[in-house]
Design a protein around this ligand. Sequence first.
Ligand SMILES: [Zn+2]
Length: 421
Amino acid sequence: MKNIEERQFELLKEIGFVRTSGTEEELLAANILREKLNSLGVESKLEPFKVSCYNMKKAKLEILEPFNKEYTVTGMGFSGNTEEEGLTADFEYVEQAEPINLVNVKGKIVLINGGLTIKKYENIIKAGAVGFITFSGTVLDDEEKTDIEKRMLREKHLEFGKVPGVNVRVKDALEMVALECSKVRITVLQEEGEAESHNLIADIKGTDYPEEVVVIMAHYDSVPFSKGVYDNGAGSVIIMELLRHYLENPPKRTIRFIWFGSEERGLLGSKDYVKSHESELEAIKFGINVDVAGAILGEDKALVTGDESLCNMIEYFSKEVCFPITVKQSIYSSDCIPFADKGIPVVNFGRFGANGATKIHSRYDILDYLSPKYLYKTMNFVKDFSEKIINAYVFPVPRKMPENMVKDIDKYLKKKDCKNK
Ligand SMILES: [Zn+2]
């Protein structure tokens, strides 16, 4: 057991570098995982898919009235370009960007609370704003010790048009409003293009019911500044360990292990998978996704997107083996969604950090807050539970999606704009 704990954590260290969508580093991480599969004698496929990408050349925010100051910002990816010399306009703070905040913003650059949902973006565009500023972080942030979030617009934003934007630290946004800033200039210069991201796929053929497939999945990409060990190097190494287990203990049903790229960009890897493997989906009976694990201070959760009976099954099993876990029927913003959307029941397992005890999507997603022991515990439970399903004589999970879940999935896929976990 100690052995397993250590080798899992070792692999987590190996892939613990920033590996964002469509970059060489993301591909490097995929290849490290692939090498591991090779060394275990497992054949795998690396499936490429296209992702949009941007290269931010310049992003600037200057206050022109009633004082002069420049704040450090990041440029909003895919928000287009200003003129070389920037875009100068009157400034207005519009809080949540509801119509009542926007009666007087035509031709202005607006400051919006927090992140830019699709609704807020639609509202500011319709109201005639010509540029926007978002903010991130907390007022407690030390500039030396934190990064300004790098944000980007998604396809759904762009349906409403394109206006340039920047993201600033919350303390600078606060100063702008407190000092009644009235005129600003933003400069955004970027190149937009395409890159390749990859899904890594490996099958272990079932001994008794090879035509029935269970997918075990995890995303291996991370966001800018984040080494992504908790989110989600942890899930990536857990499913590698599951694969090792099933190599030694051949499963009755076929297991397809998939490491997805570009999850952090809006589930792009899993969306590409279900689209390009449409004809094979019928064979997939069930999915297990692992996203975030290893937290020393935290709790295990199972979020079931499927029949209520599956919740009961996990609940009873957790009692049988005395493994504390919160089980809930719900949807979870991760790669299981595109499968659930096709009617495939899925469970998301994860060990979530207690409040304040882990930090995702930042430079503080690091090994210090994780341990081999807790990574092992989650892996071990998922392994034991997965066996009950994969090796059952009669498949215990109905391949259907209850009405309430269908509704939640539709709502998520239509309205969801920025990930929030
Ligand atoms: Zn994740």
